[in-house]
Design a protein around this ligand. Structure first.
Ligand code: 0A1
Ligand code: ZN
Length: 885
C-alpha cells in the first residue's frame, strides 16, 4: 500500500546488474505464526560492468531483517541500510558471500504473492517480483543462479516438502519436525523459485524422453482431489512428446512435479521442475468439469510445460521482454491444442477471444505494445496484448518464414541462448540469421501498440484479365504513441470464381502461377498487388486463418458472404464469413431498435444457418461455432458508441427468430447428439467435445421456444447425465429461462450436491452471475452472502464479480450506475486484500469511452471514487490513474 505515486520504470533505462549471484542456498523454517528464511548468496561483481565496487542493493519487501553477514562476519547496524524496499551494503572485494536471516508471515499474506498459505498448505508465487517478499535478493530475471533449498516443517501437518530440482536429502528433526533438501542444477532467475509444504497425495507416472532418460511425473493434490488428476497427467505426457517432435525440446531434470492449489492469482506458474497450478487449471473429471474445463487443463498443462524451454532454459532479460516467453509459449500451446483437437475450431476460438478482448485492450487507456516501453506495476502487464497478441506476432513470423524456416529459427534461438536471459530482438535475430532475411520493419509489431486497420479494394479489368488488390493500412493513436509507421502485414488469400472454385494465383511479373492460396506481405501504407490470367471477376477470400491481428475492411455484400460460407476452402474463413454476415444483420437490427422501428431479421441469415445445420458432413464442432452469433462483447467492441441494451435486444431477437425458423432441424440435431451422449460414457476427446457442443447450442436455441417438450428435455439432460458438460449447459439454459420454479429447484439441488467442491461451486456462481434477466445485480449481491463465497479466493471473485462485470452487459451497465458502484466497492475492498486481483477486476470500468455520455460520467465517477478511497496499491493506482487521463 502506498500514498505516494508509484514510480514509472522505462525500458530505455535498462542497465545490466552490478553484481551476479552464482549460488543461492536457502533454508526455510516453516511455522504457523512465522517463517524464518536464511539465504546464503555467493556473489561477484558483474565483469560486464567495469571496475569499482558500487554498493550492493538487494531487493526486499515486508521482511523483518534479523541479521546480515558479509563473508561470514555479522554486520553491525551502521554497516548496512534497510528501507521498505531495499537492503544496501558495501562489498569489500569482487567476490563475496552475503548471508541474511529474515522473518516473514505467510499465514497473513492475502496478496498471494511471495510465500503464502492456501488452505492448509504453504506455497509460493514469485513471478514477477514476489521473491523479494521471501528474502533479500537481486530480484530481476537477468540474475541467474543455482539454488539449493532446505525446508523444515511439522511432520504431521506437512508430510510433503517440495522445491525445485532434484531431492537430495531428508530427515527428521526435534519437536515432530522434518526437513528435506532440493537441488536445482540449472541456473535460473528468482521468479522461477518455488516451494510447497503440505499434506498432499500424488498421482505418479513416468515419461521416457527421446534420448531414453526416465522422468518421474507427479501431480500433487489435496487428498479429496486425487481422482481428478488423470486428465492433467495424460495431457502432460502428450505435451512432453509433442515438444520433442514439434520443437526438438527434451525435458532436462529427473522429476517433473505439478501441485494444485486453491488460492492462486493466475492460471498456473512454470517454476523449474515444480509447476504450481490454480486447481481450476489442473483438476478435471467428467462429473465435475466441463469439456471447456478439460480443454483448458490440457492447454495450461502444456503451456507451463513448454515454458521449461521458452522461459526457463532461455529466459527474459527484463520484464519488458515478457512476451519473449509468453507470446512464444502461447503460440506453442496453441499449436499443441490444434494438433490434439480440431485445428480450425481452435483457431476460431482464439481469434474470437483476441478480437473481443485484446482489441478492446488495444483501444483502451492501458493500451501498450507487445513489448511495453514503461510500467508502474509489472503485474498489470500480464495482459492479452503480451500473451495473445504476442502469440499472433510469433505466428506471423511463422507465416512469413514458412514452417521449416520457422523451425530453423527456433532451433537456433534455443541453441544460441540456452542458459541466458535475452530480449525479443534476440528472438527475431535468430529468425533472421537462420533464414537470411531482414525483419527490421517486422519488429514494429513489438514496439507499436494499437490494432491496425487494413482496408482492401478490389478492381477487376476484364480486358486485361487482371485483378488488382489495393491495401491501405493505418493504426489509431494509443497512449504515448500518436503516430504509427506501417507494419509488415502477412495477408494470406485466395480468389474464388463464380462456381466457388479457387483460381491459380500468378502475380504480375511472375513466370508462372503458384498455388491457389498464398501470403502477400503488405508493408507500405498503401500497396497494390496485381494478379494476372484472371479469367473472370473473382471474389477474394482475404486474411485466411486470420493471418494477422488486424481489422480487415472489405465491402462484402451479404450474398458474397453467404457464398464464401459455402465455398471458401479455408475453414476459418467460412466461419468468418458467417460471423461477418451475422454482424451486418445484427447491426441492422440494432439500428432498427434505436430508431424505434420494429425489428425484422434478414432471412438470409436463417437460410445460411439452416444449410449449416443440415450439413451432416461438417464437423459438429464447426456447426456449433457457426451457429454461435457474435457475442455481445464483440458487438460492443466494434461499435463506435455501444448501445448495450439495443445490442442485447437485437441479439436476443435474432436468436428467437432463428430458434423459431430452425426449430425442426435444431430438434433433430439435438436429439441425435443427446442420444449419443446417453449411449456412451463420457470421453474427453475432440469428437465427443464436438457433438456435445452442438447438442448444447441446439438446446440453448430450442429453449427460447419455451415449449414444454424442450423444458422436459432440458430437465432430463440436467438429471440424467454422467458429466458436467451436459449438466451445466442444462442448468445455464434453465437459469436464463422464465421457468422460475424449475430454475430455483435445479439451482438448489446443484448447490446441495456440490457444496463441498469449490470448483463446481464456481460454475454455479458463474451461470447466475452471467444471467441477463432483470435483477442481475441484486442476485449477485445476494450470492456474495452465500457461505461458499469469499473475496479472499481469486476463483470466487472471478466467478461472481468478474462474470457479472464482463459478461452480463445489460445488468452491469444498468442506467442508474449501480452496477458500476458495486464493482467499485468490490475493487476498494480487494485493493486491501489482493492488489493484483483488484486491478484486474477494474478492467470493465476503464472502458468508459465506449459508452454514452451518461454512462461515461457514471463510470468515471466510480473511478474517481476509487482514486480517492484511501491508500491504493500501486497495481490499482496505475490502472485507475491511467484510465482517467
Ligand atoms: N508465467 C505464468 C503466469 C503467471 C504470471 C504471474 C503470476 O503472478 C503474478 C502468476 C502466474 C504463465 O504464463 O503461465
Ligand atoms: Zn506463460
Amino acid at each position: 500500500m502506498r500514498t505516494e505515486q508509484p514510480k514509472t520504470i522505462h525500458l530505455k533505462d535498462y542497465r545490466a546488474p552490478d553484481y551476479l549471484i552464482d549460488e543461492t542456498h536457502l533454508s526455510f523454517e516453516l511455522h504457523e505464526d512465522r517463517t524464518l528464511v536464511q539465504a546464503r548468496l555467493t556473489m561477484r561483481r558483474n565483469p560486464a560492468c567495469g571496475a569499482g565496487l558500487p554498493p550492493l542493493v538487494l531487493d526486499g519487501q515486508q521482511l523483518e531483517l534479523l541479521s546480515v553477514a558479509l563473508d561470514e562476519r555479522e554486520l553491525g547496524a551502521h554497516e548496512y541500510q534497510v528501507s521498505d524496499s531495499h537492503l544496501t551494503l558495501q562489498p569489500a572485494c569482487a567476490e563475496f558471500v552475503v548471508e541474511t536471516r529474515v522473518c516473514i508471515h505467510p499465514e497473513s499474506n492475502t496478496a498471494l504473492e511471495g510465500l503464502y498459505k492456501s488452505g492448509k498448505m504453504f506455497c509460493t508465487q514469485c513471478e514477477a517480483e514476489g521473491f523479494r517478499k521471501i528474502t533479500y535478493y537481486l530480484d530481476r530475471p537477468d540474475v541467474m543462479s543455482t539454488f539449493t533449498t532446505t525446508l523444515s516443517a511439522d511432520k504431521q501437518r506437512y508430510p510433503v516438502l517440495l522445491s525445485n530440482g532434484n531431492p537430495v536429502a531428508s530427515g527428521s528433526a526435534d519437536n515432530d519436525r522434518h526437513w528435506a533438501t532440493w537441488e536445482d542444477p540449472f541456473k535460473k532467475p528468482a521468479y522461477l523459485f518455488a516451494l510447497v509444504a503440505g499434506d498432499l497425495w500424488c498421482v505418479e507416472d513416468c515419461f521416457v524422453t527421446h534420448s531414453g532418460r526416465e522422468v518421474a511425473l507427479r501431480i500433487y493434490v489435496e487428498p479429496e482431489n486425487i481422482d481428478k488428476c488423470q486428465h492433467a497427467m495424460d495431457s502432460l505426457k502428450r505435451s512432453m512428446r509433442w515438444d520433442e517432435e514439434a520443437y526438438g525440446r527434451e525435458y532436462d531434470l529427473n522429476i517433473f512435479m505439478i501441485v494444485a492449489v486453491n488460492d492462486f492469482n493466475m492460471g498456473a506458474m512454470e517454476n523449474k521442475g515444480l509447476n504450481i497450478f490454480n486447481s481450476s487449471a489442473v483438476l478435471a473429471k467428467a462429473e465435475t468439469a466441463t469439456d471447456a474445463a478439460h480443454q483448458r487443463v490440457e492447454a495450461i498443462v502444456a503451456h507451463e510445460y513448454f515454458h521449461n524451454w521458452s522461459g526457463n532454459r532461455v529466459t527474459c532479460r527484463d520484464w519488458f521482454q515478457l512476451s519473449l516467453k509468453e507470446g512464444f509459449t502461447v503460440f506453442r500451446d496453441a499449436g499443441f491444442s490444434a494438433d490434439m483437437n480440431s485445428a480450425t475450431v481452435k483457431r476460431i476460438e482464439d481469434v474470437a477471444y483476441l478480437r473481443t478482448h485484446q482489441f478492446a485492450e488495444d483501444a483502451g487507456p492501458m493500451a501498450h505494445s507487445v513489448r511495453p516501453d514503461s510500467y508502474m506495476e509489472i503485474s498489470n502487464f500480464y495482459t492479452l496484448t503480451v500473451y495473445e497478441k504476442g502469440s499472433e506476432v510469433v505466428g506471423m513470423l511463422r507465416t512469413l518464414l514458412g514452417a521449416e524456416g520457422f523451425r530453423k529459427g527456433s532451433d537456433l534461438y534455443f541453441q544460441r541462448h540456452d542458459g541466458q536471459a535475452v530480449t525479443c530482438d534476440d528472438f527475431v535475430k535468430a529468425m533472421e540469421d537462420a533464414n537470411g532475411v531482414d525483419l527490421t520493419q517486422f519488429k514494429r509489431w513489438y514496439g507499436q501498440a494499437g490494432t491496425p486497420r487494413l482496408e482492401v479494394a478490389e478492381r477487376y479489368d476484364a480486358e486485361a484479365g487482371t485483378c488488382t488488390l489495393t491495401f491501405r493500412q493505418s493504426c489509431p493513436p494509443s497512449p504515448g504513441q500518436a503516430h504509427k509507421e506501417p507494419f509488415v502485414i502477412p495477408v494470406e488469400l485466395g480468389l474464388l470464381d463464380a462456381r466457388g472454385l479457387e483460381l491459380p494465383l500468378r502475380l504480375a511479373g511472375e513466370a508462372e502461377a503458384g498455388g491457389t492460396s498464398r501470403v502477400l506481405a503488405v508493408s507500405a501504407a498503401e500497396q497494390s498487388f496485381t494478379f494476372v490470367d484472371v479469367p473472370e471477376q473473382p471474389l477474394p477470400s482475404l486474411l485466411r486463418g486470420f493471418s494477422a491481428p488486424v481489422k480487415l475492411l472489405y465491402p462484402y455484400s451479404r450474398d458474397q458472404l453467404m457464398f464464401l460460407m459455402q465455398h471458401d476452402s479455408d475453414g476459418f474463413n467460412r466461419w468468418e464469413a458467417g460471423q461477418q454476415l451475422a454482424v451486418q444483420v445484427l447491426q441492422e437490427l440494432v439500428g432498427q431498435r434505436q430508431h424505434g422501428e420494429s425489428m425484422a431479421l434478414d432471412r438470409r441469415l436463417v437460410a445460411a444457418l439452416q444449410s449449416v445445420l443440415e450439413n451432416e458432413t461438417l464437423d459438429p464442432a464447426m456447426v456449433a461455432e457457426m451457429l454461435s452469433l457474435p457475442g455481445e462483447a464483440y458487438l460492443i467492441e466494434i461499435s463506435e458508441v455501444a448501445d448495450v441494451d439495443a445490442i442485447h435486444a437485437a441479439r436476443e431477437f435474432a436468436r428467437r427468430e432463428l430458434a423459431e425458423a430452425l426449430y425442426e432441424p435444431l430438434w433433430q440435431r439435438y436429439r441425435a447428439n443427446r442420444e449419443l451422449s446417453r449411449q456412451s460414457p463420457y470421453v474427453a476427446s475432440a469428437e465427443h467435445f464436438a457433438r456435445r457442443a452442438l447438442q448444447n447450442i441446439a438446446l440453448s436455441y430450442l429453449m427460447l421456444s419455451e415449449k414444454p417438450e424442450v423444458l422436459a428435455a432440458c430437465q432430463d439432460q440436467y438429471q440424467a447425465t454422467d458429466n458436467m458438460t451436459e449438466r451445466l449447459a442444462a442448468l445455464a439454459v434453465l437459469v436464463n429461462s422464465p421457468f422460475e420454479q424449475e430454475k430455483a429447484q435445479a439451482l438448489t439441488l446443484f448447490a446441495d450436491y456440490f457444496q463441498d467442491d469449490p470448483l463446481v461451486m464456481d460454475q454455479w456462481f458463474g451461470v447466475q452471475a452471467g444471467c441477463p434477466l432483470p435483477g442481475g445485480l441484486e442476485r449477485v449481491q445476494a450470492l456474495m452472502e452465500h457461505p461458499a463465497f469469499t473475496l479472499k479466493n481469486p476463483n470466487k471473485v472471478r466467478a461472481l464479480i468478474g462474470a457479472f462485470a464482463n459478461q452480463n452487459h445489460v445488468n452491469f451497465h444498468r442506467a442508474d450506475g449501480l452496477g458500476y458502484r458495486f464493482l467499485a466497492d468490490q475493487v476498494i475492498m480487494l485493493n486491501a486484500l489482493n492488489p493484483q486481483i483488484a486491478a484486474r477486476q477494474l478492467a470493465p470500468l476503464t472502458r468508459w469511452r465506449k459508452y454514452d455520455a451518461a454512462r461515461q460520467a457514471l463510470m468515471r465517477a466510480e473511478l474517481e471514487r476509487i482514486l480517492a478511497s484511501g491508500e491504493l496499491s500501486g497495481d490499482v493506482y496505475e490502472v485507475v490513474s491511467k484510465s482517467l487521463i
